[in-house]
Write a new protein. Structure first.
Length: 228
């Protein structure tokens, strides 16, 4: 069962959420204040999604969100905001929340959001095999996608295969022949130059300053290296 942290100081709202999470097959973990929530997260590193109320007696929900994100980028975070707190949505997303639900919400609305978020973040055990996270980059091998700082980078399949090869070999100088053989296949009879062309295009997409690349660096007379 997926663990869901419920941080909510109002006991009646908290038990309403808890009852419904159980009904929908989740394992709720309760916290009535921010300090307790952070404690429960330490005790339960396998919490899948955290529901964070904003107005709390001790630390506010945004600060809890910030502290979770400082060490954990995988946990799904949904802010529970009051209708009067329009700004909360923006602030919440800025501090690293994935979604927000406005109070009052129906049980099915809340669990639909949790279900959707769980699907988006994938199912725990597979994460390690399907994803490679390095610096600001997140490669998802199942979906064949790359994100930089949470923003999807549009790539061709060839570019994706090059990035995958790099991220599977961080810090290692890869010769242009290696890249050509791995990405294009040994039976490809094109020129090595095709590698350079694709690297140039990739740099435009992923480097902060493509003329001064820091992620894909050139190993003169040999090939390229992925380094962070
Ligand atoms: Ca509250």
């Amino acid at each position: 069962m997926k663990k869901v942290l419920v941080l909510e100081d109002e006991a009646n709202i908290r038990s309403f959420i808890v009852i419904n999470l159980k009904r929908f097959g989740y394992e709720p973990i309760e916290a009535e204040n921010g300090t307790k929530a952070l404690e429960m997260i330490k005790l339960n590193p396998d919490i899948k999604v955290a529901l964070l109320d904003v107005m709390l007696p001790d630390i506010d929900g945004f600060e809890v969100c910030r502290q979770i994100r400082a060490t954990n980028s995988k946990m799904g975070i949904i802010m529970l905001t009051a209708r009067s707190q329009e700004m909360d949505k923006v602030t919440g997303l800025m501090t690293g929340a994935d979604d927000y639900v406005t109070k009052p919400f129906s049980p099915s609305e809340l669990t639909a959001r949790i279900d959707a978020l769980c699907r988006r973040i994938g199912d725990g055990t597979e994460d390690n095999e399907n994803e490679i996270a390095q610096g600001p980059f997140l490669l998802n091998k199942r979906n064949r996608t790359l994100e930089k700082a949470g923003v999807r980078i549009k790539m061709t399949q060839v570019e994706y295969n090059i990035i995958k090869m790099f991220m599977e070999n961080p810090g290692k100088a890869l010769s242009r022949e290696d890249i050509l053989n791995t990405v294009w296949g040994r039976d490809y009879f094109g020129e090595l130059k095709i590698v350079d062309v694709n690297i140039r295009r990739l740099r435009v997409k992923i480097e902060d300053d493509p003329t001064n690349p820091i992620y894909i660096t050139t190993v003169w007379g040999y090939g390229y290296k992925w380094g962070l």
